[in-house]
Design a protein around this ligand. Structure first.
Ligand SMILES: C[S@@+](CC[C@H](N)C(=O)[O-])C[C@H]1O[C@@H](n2cnc3c(N)ncnc32)[C@H](O)[C@@H]1O
Length: 293
């Protein structure tokens, strides 16, 4: 698994940087914080949840926040430097939580015992086939009715970013499919209507061998559209319930570069008021899907 080796090497070295990126209350916009906010908002609505697991937990903020809500919270990460940060952050927060160093596929976990599993910034570091194994394992680990919250880089955004990512999708011949899915989401007035509309667009898109630079030195970080991912999750036995658009990009790229202050203001303002408005999804670079077993 070359991609996983690269991922581990990178996160071992970059643990502290990711921790800084992930902190609450930054003056710019943090997609990591945005995803965490969506997961915590979903957790707050799940009745009688007790056991929570975060896979690829990074420096542990989500696990700590879940523990602060009274959940029995656990995190797994294969980068030892991340687990060290988790422990330091846990002590600083003064909560009980369990962190385990190891790969999600190797750590011994009890089937059917979790109420909620979260995977943020995680699936992009596996091939689509290996991602299906993650979904299978999550399904086994959850109790019936349990929730999986999975974050994904949003492939639909490539259709409206008008940059090198758009060109790659054009070369792969999937631009029209992405635009049609954007229309379906943009015109769906409720979450239920959106998931119904997405059914007609469920497909498995081809992936490029490499992509334009993303700032993370891993050759391929996979991206999915909501319909591609809901199709794969349905075939793994899950039912989608909520689509959270994360990190609104309201300005064209060139203007964003010239006026980052304005870009961050827009992203924060939109995040505050429209956490569950699926119509925003095409204009966001990330999304979180809540699905249930
Ligand atoms: C992009 S970071 C995301 C961290 C955190 N979930 C967040 O949203 O801030 C991805 C994390 O997944 C971990 N990871 C990747 N593959 C893994 C695997 N097979 N098992 C456990 N952790 C893994 C990496 O070490 C890294 O800390």
């Amino acid at each position: 698994m070359q991609q996983q080796d690269q991922t581990k090497d990178y996160f071992r070295v970059a643990a502290e940087d990711w921790h800084q990126k992930s902190k609450d209350g930054r003056s710019d916009y943090s997609a990591l914080e945005g995803r965490r906010h969506a997961v915590l908002s979903a957790i707050d609505e799940i009745k009688d949840a007790r056991r929570f697991l975060d896979v690829g937990c990074g420096s542990g903020q989500l696990v700590i926040a879940a523990a602060q809500r009274g959940l029995n919270a656990e995190g797994i990460d294969f980068a030892s430097e991340m687990i060290e940060l988790c422990e330091a952050n846990r002590k600083e927060a003064g909560v009980e939580a369990e962190f385990t160093e190891g790969s999600f596929f190797d750590v011994d976990l009890k089937a059917g015992s979790y109420d909620i599993i979260s995977a943020q910034g995680f699936i992009e570091y596996f091939s689509p086939d290996d991602m299906m194994l993650i979904f299978k394992r999550c399904f086994e680990l959850l109790r019936p009715g349990g929730s999986l919250l999975v974050g994904s880089r949003n492939r639909l955004f490539n259709a409206v970013s008008f940059n090198a990512f758009t060109e790659v999708e054009s070369e792969l011949g999937i631009l029209e499919a992405l635009v049609n899915e954007c229309i379906a989401l943009h015109t769906s007035e409720s979450q239920e209507a959106a998931f119904e509309a997405l059914r007609a667009h469920e497909r498995m898109d081809p992936h490029p061998d490499s992509h334009p630079a993303t700032g993370v030195p891993v050759d391929v970080r996979y991206q999915y559209s909501p319909a591609d991912l809901t199709g794969r999750l349905r075939s793994s036995g899950f039912t989608p319930t909520t689509l959270f658009p994360i990190y609104f990009h309201g300005l064209p790229g060139a203007i964003r570069k010239a006026r980052p202050d304005l870009h961050f203001q827009l992203a924060n303002a939109v995040a505050e008021f429209t956490l569950r408005d699926q119509r925003l999804t095409p204009f966001c670079s990330t999304f979180v899907l809540h699905v249930t077993k």
